[in-house]
Design a protein around this ligand. Structure first.
Ligand code: LLP
Length: 431
């Protein structure tokens, strides 16, 4: 299917982009409600009938309207901050469907997590266990804990989003996890009876996923033999999507099957929690960034297509050299080759280099595909560019999910005057 036809297919059927771009200032993110619903249904079907907590990784896209749609479809949330906890709760996700991950939770975030009754804390170090135990004890609560293991497996993805190697900051190596389980009675306010893993993101090869899942359940079997109970196995997220037409990925049904296989290898009668934390797979392909051509600039040896979207709106190409398909919403034009760039004052503000596209003119609309995950959620206001609008579309209908930030709102965080005050002195504590 060529790129232009992809914009007519399934998700975006019946959407009038020109009309929408009259109603909303460009750039804006558009999410397809039918595509989101279809992804959820396919994921649920893949794991059915095994009860599985699908804890959507909020970091992929924390827009409240999008979260509400996922929550209504029955999904839970994987969160990593107080902000994400607040989003999940505001979207109506109950604590019992929330798992709290992250390598650097603060004591205050732990307190809020306990207050909200999160199902489980995925803990990443002995130091974190100590802090969580203290927080839970002070509250008179027991925290349910899974240890995130680091299986030292290369996920075969971009180095910046690979998390399961020994040298990464994430997780606990197996010898240390073994020690922590044997010492688990030390932490009186913690119930340590779960395991968690997440070896990276945008994984397109089944082998590391299977190896990591089996490494976790092998370990689960081992600690159970030593007398620990295992009531929860969390297989993390990481499933990749085809950013380029034809790119090979792992079908979600295969992912589900390999998790079923791992569960069976652990214990065919396991009736504890099975948890997964997909982010990208659910939302990436359900989102596009709609942007307008500001101008076409002839450079010394190439042509630049200058869009009104920039690296601050969609950071993935600048940060990971990520490929996103780019589709000018035009017809009947000859082909041309462009470096597709934004207005930000950095050469890294480049969406694509030497990309063959239908010839564009100022004012044309251009869709950047695969932008539903880690697009809006990673946006910044660099170059004092306000955050853009986000809209949910369903054929001829649309619902504004987030207004475009105004310049006034952008400035409102800064104090209007510089007022000096004497800084409080820290009291010196002696050992
Ligand atoms: N669980 C944990 C503990 C995670 O750290 C992540 C993602 C997920 C689940 C969801 O992973 P997913 O299913 O989305 O692959 N900004 C990068 C991706 C960073 C992923 C961070 N952790 C990107 O744009 O490619």
């Amino acid at each position: 299917m060529d790129d232009a036809r992809r914009m007519d297919a399934q998700a975006w059927q019946g959407v009038d982009w020109v009309g929408l771009a009259h109603a909303l200032p460009t750039p804006f993110y558009a999410y397809s409600a039918p595509a989101l619903r279809a992804r959820v249904a396919r994921l649920q079907a893949a794991f059915s009938p095994r009860p599985t907590l699908i804890a959507y990784a909020v970091k992929a896209n924390g827009n409240l309207g999008l979260l509400r749609l996922l929550a209504e479809a029955g999904l839970g949330a994987d969160i990593v901050s107080a902000g994400e906890l607040a989003r999940a709760r505001a979207a109506g996700i109950p604590g019992e469907r929330i798992v709290f991950s992250g390598v650097g939770k603060t004591a205050e975030e732990m307190r809020q997590g306990l207050e909200a009754g999160v199902r489980r804390f995925n803990v990443e170090s002995r130091e974190e266990l100590e802090v969580l135990d203290g927080v839970a004890r002070a509250m008179g609560r027991i925290a349910d804990v899974a240890l995130r293991i680091n299986p030292d497996i290369d996920a075969g993805t971009h180095g910046k989003i690979s998390t399961g190697r020994a040298g990464n900051k994430f997780g606990i190596d197996l010898p240390e996890a073994r020690r922590l389980f044997s010492e688990r009675a030390t932490w009186r306010a913690l119930r340590i009876d779960g395991l968690h893993m997440h070896i990276g993101s945008q994984i397109t090869d089944e082998v590391p996923l299977r190896r990591a899942a089996h490494s976790m359940v092998d370990f689960a079997r081992e600690i159970r033999a030593l007398g620990a109970s295992v009531r929860s196995l969390d297989f993390g997220g990481g499933l990749g999507v085809p950013y380029r037409e034809g790119q090979a990925t792992v079908p979600v049904e295969h992912h589900a099957a390999l998790i079923r296989g791992a569960l069976a290898a652990f214990d065919p009668h396991f009736d504890g929690d099975c948890i997964i934390e997909p982010g990208r797979w659910l939302v990436a392909e359900a989102g596009v960034l709609v942007t307008r051509v500001l101008r076409v600039k002839r450079g010394a040896d190439r042509e630049f297509l200058i869009l009104d979207a920039a690296m601050n709106d969609l950071m993935r190409p600048a940060l990971y050299d990520a490929w996103h398909d780019i589709v000018p919403l035009v017809s009947g034009r000859p082909m041309a080759s462009y470096d597709v760039v934004g207005p930000v004052c950095e050469t890294g503000d480049t969406f694509a280099t030497a990309r063959d596209l239908p010839a564009c003119r100022a004012g044309d609309l251009v869709a950047i595909l695969g932008a539903g995950a880690y697009g809006a959620s990673m946006a910044s206001t660099y170059n004092s560019r306000p955050l853009v609008a986000e809209v949910l579309v369903d054929g001829p209908h649309h619902a504004l999910l987030r207004r475009a930030q105004s310049i006034e709102a952008l400035l409102a965080q800064d104090e209007g005057e510089t007022v000096w005050a004497v800084s409080p002195r820290a009291t010196v504590r002696r050992a």
